[in-house]
Ligand binder design. Structure first.
Ligand code: FO1
Length: 312
């Protein structure tokens, strides 16, 4: 079994390639839930939904989140009524949040609700929230401690980033992830090119996950979200520079030190001597890491699969 750690847009796009390469029984996709929050009385799980809409081919590709062909009549009406309109929920997308909130209200854990939603979306592969617990990411900034979506969407990541925080102790992993962590059948972990500080850190903050990776008996492969000192999408470059971290694949390699055995990086980055120096005992492989088209997603996933098959 291969365990995939994913955030939203970039993670979902890699997952779309991986589900073509691996059968439903071979993959477990564990998704960040730190971005989850309640809005209009509904539970919103942006990264889970981005993975669900991407895998079922319904994502708004240009935007990276939400549904293609979406309409916004409810949002317009909420706006006219003087309600909050800073977080845009589309008319069709709302159905997901209504169904999820209703099932959670019946007492079902998020992982069970997620199973049901993904099954209805026609997705055969196993996707789990990393935890069933409510463990929301808070962002410490020069404008104070903000809830994740306040920082990310309402304030467009403008405040200076200082770090992330969580209320309460580390949550337990969701059952499917806990079972994978306890089993001898994990052949590899793939870390998606999601935001390392906003999307992957909350996954590593789940009880036991970081230690499980540190003590691994399987390779961990990560796909860099950086290409030549910038990111394909999202605020990772801004955040890295606000933390005085090097905005590059080598900066990222230092951040993940001791957790990753193999880096898939863009060919230009592989040629940089700095990356080679940062690599140490870590293996490197150069390949395009663009995930815009279905073809590119398939190529990156095939490259990872081939690399793992020859790992030794
Ligand atoms: N991102 C935005 O930048 N603006 C939005 O209004 C917005 C709405 C939204 C609704 C549903 C959903 O599943 C995601 C949505 N996102 C929106 C994206 C999302 O909040 C972020 O991209 C992730 O949380 C970061 O991974």
């Amino acid at each position: 079994m291969i365990v995939v750690l994913s955030g939203g847009v970039g993670g979902a796009r890699l997952c779309a390639g991986l589900v073509r390469e691996y059968g439903p029984e071979q993959l477990l996709i564990a998704v960040n839930t730190g971005d989850d929050f309640d809005h209009w009385g509904l539970r919103i799980c942006p990264d889970l939904d981005t993975v669900m809409y991407t895998l079922s081919g319904r994502i708004d590709e240009a935007q990276g989140w939400g549904l293609t062909g979406e309409t916004w009549r409810t949002l317009e009406t909420v706006r006219q009524t003087g309600g909050p309109d800073w977080f845009r929920l589309g008319d069709q997308d709302l159905a997901t949040h209504i169904a999820r909130t209703a099932l959670l209200g019946q007492g079902q854990p998020l992982s069970q609700v997620t199973d049901a939603l993904f099954r209805h979306a026609g997705i055969a592969h196993r996707v789990t929230p990393v935890t069933d617990a409510d463990h929301r990411t808070r962002v410490d900034t020069d404008a104070g401690l903000l809830s994740f979506q306040d920082y990310f969407v309402r304030l467009r990541c403008e405040p200076r980033f200082k770090g992330i925080r969580f209320d309460g102790p580390a949550p337990q992993p969701a059952p499917a992830l806990a079972a994978a962590m306890a089993s001898d059948e994990v052949e590899a972990v793939i870390v998606c090119p999601s935001n390392p500080l906003l999307s992957i850190e909350p996954i590593l903050a789940v009880e036991g996950v970081r230690q499980w990776l540190r003590e691994r008996r399987f390779p961990v492969i990560a796909v860099s979200p950086f290409i030549a000192g910038d990111v394909v999408k999202g605020p990772a470059a801004k955040i890295f520079s606000e933390l005085a971290m090097e905005v590059s694949t080598q900066g990222l390699m230092r951040w993940y030190d001791g957790l990753v055995d193999g880096w898939l990086v863009s060919p230009g980055d592989l040629e940089s001597g700095a990356v080679a120096a940062a690599a140490g005992s870590v293996r490197m492989r150069g390949h395009h890491i663009l995930l815009r088209t279905g073809e590119q997603r398939g190529e990156v996933a095939r490259e990872i699969r081939g690399w793992l098959a020859d790992w030794g």
